[in-house]
Design a protein around this ligand. Structure first.
Ligand SMILES: Cc1cc2nc3c(=O)[nH]c(=O)nc-3n(C[C@H](O)[C@H](O)[C@H](O)COP(=O)(O)O)c2cc1C
Length: 249
């Protein structure tokens, strides 16, 4: 196994960090690695905002649903889908690009681009012995986040990422077995085999939670998912995205 694969397979989210900021060199390496990701038609449709200001971090931690590690970490990155730059390009080149910029297709492109960049950043950080945690809680209160970070039209904050030196070794969460997610030649639509697979995975996750909590947590993955999905969250997203001038057509 090479070092890259080892790093990838060693992933676990880290939520407690040493009080030790990242160096400028580390930050630059992480962002440069993010930028090295593939990008649809060379569009590079994302921005990354680095947050070091203590008060901004404190406010973001609150806005993200009181997640303390959003405040206490080595560095905080905010990943944004960004077509603002391309709006400026339209002005520079004297072309009306608004139909493209506001389309569902380009919205998907910008979200995909930003996410690929983020995962490169995560791997770069992890390969340097740092820990990371994605923060989707950033989308809890998008209007306030947008105001706090001065985010313009055609930009959508997607998630944050905390990075820093891990305080503890944490356990790894078991993923779905490979054959559950990897279909060969065509999509396996057989519901019965899907249900069997899910039972199989429930046993894996149940013993993971039992072990992690010395028998206290009895939970299955299907139970967890059904619980989560039965409470729809952030149902204002469509409206917010459109207000940002994205996904309108
Ligand atoms: C887009 C995204 C958003 C996430 N948001 C949060 C979050 O707000 N808070 C948090 O503690 N973890 C968050 N996570 C981390 C997931 O909970 C975590 O990746 C998942 O439970 C699997 O655990 P692992 O990363 O340790 O393998 C997020 C992960 C992703 C990919």
């Amino acid at each position: 196994m090479n070092n890259i694969i080892e790093t990838i397979l060693n992933h676990r989210s880290i939520r407690q960090y040493e009080d030790r900021p990242l160096t400028e060199e580390q930050i630059n390496t992480i962002v440069t690695c993010a930028q090295a990701a593939s990008t649809s038609s060379y569009i590079q449709a994302y921005s990354i905002i680095g947050i070091t200001d203590k008060e901004t971090k404190r406010q973001l931690a609150q806005l993200c649903g009181n997640q303390p590690y959003v405040e206490t970490n080595g560095h905080l990155f905010v990943f944004c889908a960004d077509l603002h730059r391309h709006h400026v390009i339209g002005q520079m080149e004297g072309k009306d690009l608004s139909t493209s910029i506001e389309s569902t297709e380009k919205f998907m492109v910008t979200v995909i681009d930003a996410t690929l960049a983020a995962q490169n950043a995560a791997l770069a950080a992890e390969s340097m012995g740092l820990g990371i945690c994605y923060i989707g809680g950033l989308r809890n209160q998008l209007q306030a986040v947008t105001e706090l970070l001065h985010i313009p039209t055609h930009v959508m904050p997607l998630f944050a990422m905390t990075v820093g030196y891990p305080l503890h070794e944490s356990t790894q969460k078991p993923r779905l077995p490979l054959h559950h997610v990897y279909h060969q030649e065509k999509y396996n639509q057989d519901t019965k085999s899907y249900q069997q697979q899910l039972q199989e995975y429930n046993e894996i996750t149940a013993s993971y939670y039992q072990e992690r909590t010395q028998g206290e947590r009895t939970d299955t993955w299907t139970g967890q998912m059904a619980n989560m999905l039965s409470k729809p969250t952030r149902m204002n997203m469509k409206e917010f995205v459109e207000k940002q001038g994205l996904n309108k057509k």
